[in-house]
Design a protein. Sequence first.
Length: 353
Amino acid sequence: MKAADVELRESRPIGAPEPSFDGYPGALLEHLRIAVVVPTFRRAALLERCLDALCAQDLPTANYEIVVCDDGPDESTREAVGRRAAREAPRGLAIRYVPVRDTQGPAGARNAGWRAARAPLIAFTDDDTVPQPGWLRAGLAALERAHAVAGRIVVPLEGAPSDYERDASGLAQAEFATANAFVRRATLAEVGGFDERFTSAWREDSDLQFALLRAGASLARADDAVVVHPVRPARWGVSLAQQRKSRFEALLFRKHPALYRESIAAGPPLLYYGVLASVLVLAMALALRHTGIALAALAIWLALTASFCARRLRDTRHDALHVLEMIWTSLWIPFLSIYWRLQGAVSYRVWFL
């Protein structure tokens, strides 16, 4: 049965009864409790690993469905989901494929997923996670006392990590991350779901968390709802491309300035602006032939950059290739980060430094 065959009543205030699903068989209404929404983008192999874990949940198969939202979409993903859906159908587990063509990014894909879902409760995870067998059961139990729940994310690291791996492991300390989150469907409808202007996997989950808090929704933790989130391999110099995400800091700040200052950042990245200022002074001094000022500005720039690089190398790998990557990227990250922060400030019309 297609999602279009049923009218989903979404516009209900927080605390109101969950939506009904007219048109579905009575058995489905009686047993289906939660839908797992998984956004994906051309990572069929990782998605299949995630589906393996989701199909091994210790919850009766009639109690949950899996909705894969293909933010591409592409044929290999569709075929992979189709194969798994056919394999699981005899034991009563519904796996559905939703192509997402009107938006771009995980926020839009998740919206397509929860809106197509048939269940009154929604679980979110990513295509590169491995939910543990008791994940759904623990999340369901926690949702009995809250409108939204954040589970525990485990990021396994072996030995000394790279700078990228260490940054990625910070997901384990996130207050609310959609790699492991549960939300009542009526509550999502009340806040409008995800803001689809967050077109990258950055700050869209914080935006939803802040929207829930401002709407008066209750949030809880469920540390026994565990997903493992292995760090994917990354290309050399990946941190330069990641600076593009800084533009979404401005969008989040515009929407929730007080919560942003309280939970994320109290002010601008002073080291980055110090680097920029020293380089500007250096350029002006050279143009005006003030050698002493130029040398002082050069020394400040090098000292700040060396400090930044050393901080990134602390407790990370020290092999030659990684050290070279840290030196090279540390030269450019401050400028790229400031550029994208200011670009976001202009795009979203907010004073954000």
